[in-house]
Design a protein. Structure first.
Length: 373
């Protein structure tokens, strides 16, 4: 009797097997510690059928106990939420049913093999990914080097053609026919576009190579805007677009790279003009709010679709909003503008409604130091 009690105590407290005492209706009367911790069952409140994952939907307790000499393979739902296979034997004792379940070690071994195989595959994929990333970094560096070299070499001949075409337009116009003047203007416009494209390539190459340095000085933002508007007014007049400029005489000087901020302003104003129709007005504003200088430019053009706003500041990305005179675009100006503003620790924001127009605003902080300079 003592041996039986010792065996029962061992099964209840230490045995690495499932042990259940079940009523005839399947309610769990008692269970050992291993079964309780593994399945989360609650003796007196749980049913054995609740623990069985019956994939075939044929589970009946009376079928399991019909032949107590037969071993049954059951999938048990563990407290972890994952099923696990156990080999069960059942025995009847008066009005109770005793259930003993041992782990399906073959399934465990198979699972361990699968996990090890998946681990090996994952390690191989990780190594391949690191190798591909290193190759991409190298290719990107080579691309930036080639882009910078090509753009640098193209800038001088394009500049020469542009200079001489400007000279011919100014000096030789009286002796040229209308058709010849048209040819000359086409050459000049194409060269101007190519020069901007080359300049943008050089900027993008510098940005991606991490060489986008700022030459900072304390500058009057109104003076920067005035210089930018010299070129912008010529573009606007040629297209018949009115520039409505709101100046800021009381704005404090800002520590900035004046040439780069002028480039950003020119990009934004030119973009607004290109999306405007003859007779439209582009509203340009400069103001000071708290510790920031605020610049804004608004047009009444076609606007930008909401799903395309995220692409606006990405290199070589264009929106579906068509420029009103089909002006050419490099797809780089807005990305460069975004980099210029964020490099000054500023913020740039776009508000656009399709059919009504777009407003782009950027702010520059008024403080003594930028990026530790």
């Amino acid at each position: 009797m003592q041996k039986e009690q010792a065996l029962f105590d061992y099964i209840k407290t230490q045995a690495q097997m499932l042990f259940f005492v079940l009523a005839q209706d399947g309610k769990i009367i008692d269970a050992n510690q291993y079964a309780i911790s593994l399945t989360g069952c609650r003796p007196g409140r749980s049913n054995f059928s609740d623990l069985v994952v019956d994939f075939a939907e044929t589970f009946h307790l009376e079928n399991l106990t019909a032949d107590c000499s037969k071993t049954r393979l059951l999938n048990m739902n563990l407290s972890s939420g994952l099923p696990q296979s156990f080999y069960f034997n059942f025995a009847k004792s008066e009005n109770e049913i005793l259930g003993f379940g041992r782990l399906d070690t073959r399934e465990m071994e198979e699972m361990q093999k699968q996990v090890l195989e998946l681990n090996r595959e994952l390690n191989n994929l990780t190594r391949q990914l690191h190798k591909k990333n290193a190759q991409l970094v190298q290719l990107n560096a080579e691309k930036n080097q080639f882009l910078g070299m090509a753009a640098h070499d193209l800038r001088k001949p394009i500049g020469l053609v542009l200079t001489y075409s400007d000279f011919l337009i100014d000096e030789a116009a009286p002796v040229l026919t209308r058709e010849q003047q048209g040819f000359l203007h086409t050459v000049n416009d194409a060269c101007a576009f190519m020069k901007k494209l080359v300049d943008d390539f050089l900027d993008v190459s510098a940005i991606e190579a991490g060489r986008f340095d700022l030459d900072l000085a304390l500058v009057d933002m109104q003076a920067v805007l005035d210089r930018s508007l010299v070129v912008s007014r010529l573009i606007a007049d040629r297209k018949g677009v009115f520039l409505d400029v709101h100046t800021c005489d009381s704005c404090q000087p800002v520590r900035m790279d004046a040439s780069k901020i002028e480039q950003a302003v020119t990009n934004l104003v030119s973009n607004a003009i290109e999306h405007s129709r003859p007779g439209d007005a582009v509203v340009i504003g400069l103001d000071m709010q708290k510790d920031s200088i605020v610049f804004s430019v608004a047009d009444t053009g076609p606007g930008i679709a909401p799903e395309e706003l995220d692409n606006l500041f990405r290199p070589f990305q264009k929106t579906s909003a068509q420029k009103t005179a089909r002006e050419k675009s490099t797809g780089l100006g807005m990305a460069i503008t975004h980099k210029i503003i964020t490099s000054h620790q500023g913020k740039i924001q776009v508000d656009s409604t399709q059919g009504k127009g777009t407003t782009i605003t950027f702010t520059l902080p008024i403080k003594e130091k930028i990026n530790g300079t």
